[in-house]
Design a protein around this ligand. Structure first.
Ligand SMILES: NC(=O)c1ccc[n+]([C@@H]2O[C@H](COP(=O)([O-])OP(=O)(O)OC[C@H]3O[C@@H](n4cnc5c(N)ncnc54)[C@H](O)[C@@H]3O)[C@@H](O)[C@H]2O)c1
Length: 355
């Protein structure tokens, strides 16, 4: 019996290609459709997956009763409509984040999804990262005592303003919501207070760097620093990405170079250093958990929920709003931003490049 799950991919840009690659590799999926409004993207889809039907019309995917699941990786402005169509036609949904483009619509979608019997999940990829799950287990084992402080930093020379993702919001929302979500996962509590500071780098209208700190309801404190401002014009680019978790007795931390992640654990009974492949966006893990859920009829509890995504998205927007209420300096000029965009346009290997 053919137990491959028939799936339609909607949105065939950078993320869509990652899903195609992992789904072809896993052999658990039959990619029935690739849909993108841009015919050039579909030319590539035909080459990479000749057996899939390609279409510029998303309705073809929703109207096909054989399609069991959809992966929604176009941009946030089309996601609400697509999620609603998927749920209405009984198709399971893997959605990219954010689940849509405004907080109000996100909560509407959470409600629709939670009432539905189809499975839904969202690619909050850090939840499937081996390094975070390793640290979480160490904390659960009591090795660092009581969790007190969560420090997260993600600075890269990545997606600059004006390069795409306009519907996903400024950097702290588009990318920062992942770090907001993972800090909440560690705290196992809801955000309570926050103070945010941002800077309008290159005098762009929106801040592209933001740092916030505050508390969770259970008293755990956090700081998050995120920005795609980290030396886009440096001759040799680099980044700075880490988590630093401090307990009453020990600590746990992680850093990575996008190839290898290194976890260092200093607990009361164990000192451990582990290095393993970074794992990228962990789409293989997400797709496997989702395939298990569909085939068993039981949703895997480790799958991130739309509610998780809406909470992270709303808090990221709240941080941006808080930063706007304080002094928010503008530094540099738009000419530098033009130089950055021009340089990134011709890069073939760089941080978060869109086509
Ligand atoms: N989870 C993560 O870590 C992560 C990382 C990067 C991007 N994302 C999210 O994934 C989504 C896609 O990002 P990307 O980097 O692949 O962008 P991208 O610009 O590379 O790709 C988007 C694609 O969607 C197509 N598209 C636009 N509107 C469409 C529509 N209505 N129907 C069908 N296709 C449509 C575009 O033609 C383009 O090919 C974004 O919402 C982004 O926030 C998530």
């Amino acid at each position: 019996m053919n137990t491959k799950i028939k799936v339609g991919l909607i949105g065939f840009g950078r993320m869509g290609r990652f899903y195609l690659q992992e789904m072809l590799r896993s052999e658990r999926w039959n990619i029935s459709y690739v849909c993108d409004t841009n015919p050039h993207a579909l030319e590539l889809a035909k080459q990479l997956s000749p057996e899939s039907k390609v279409t510029t019309n998303e309705q073809d995917v929703f109207d096909d009763d054989d399609v069991q699941a959809v992966v929604l990786c176009a941009l946030a402005d089309s996601r609400k409509r697509q999620i609603e169509k998927a749920i209405a036609t009984g198709k399971h949904v893997i959605a990219e984040k954010p689940i849509t483009d405004t907080i109000e619509k996100e909560w509407e979608i959470v409600e629709v999804a939670e009432k539905s019997t189809v499975f839904t999940t969202v690619n909050l990829y850090l939840r499937n990262a081996w390094y975070h799950n390793r640290i979480l287990k160490f904390i659960e084992a009591g090795e660092i005592g009581e969790l007190a402080i969560i420090r997260v930093c993600h600075l890269t020379p990545g997606l600059a303003p004006g390069e795409g993702h306009e519907h996903e919001g400024p950097s702290f929302h588009d990318c920062g919501m992942h770090y907001v979500d993972i800090a909440r996962r560690y705290a196992q509590s809801e955000y309570k207070t926050v103070h945010a500071q941002a800077v309008r780098m290159w005098s762009y209208q929106d801040p592209w760097w933001l740092q916030c700190h505050g508390t969770f309801a259970n008293g755990v404190v956090f700081d998050i620093t995120q920005g795609h401002v980290y030396g886009q014009l440096s001759k040799d680019q680099t980044h700075n990405s880490y988590i630093d978790v401090i307990g009453t007795k020990g600590i746990a931390r992680m850093t990575h170079d996008f190839v290898t992640a290194t976890v260092e654990l200093r607990g009361v009974t164990q000192t451990i250093r582990e290095e393993k492949p970074f794992g990228g966006k962990n789409i293989d893990i997400l797709c496997d958990l989702f395939a298990d859920s569909i085939l068993s009829g039981k949703r895997n509890p480790n799958l991130p929920t739309f509610r998780d995504s809406a909470i992270a998205s709303a808090f990221a927007w709240e941080c941006l709003a808080d930063a706007a209420r304080h002094e928010m300096p503008a530094i540099g000029n738009l000419q530098t931003l033009d130089e950055i965009i021009e340089r990134r346009r011709t890069l073939t290997n760089g941080y978060g490049l869109l086509k």
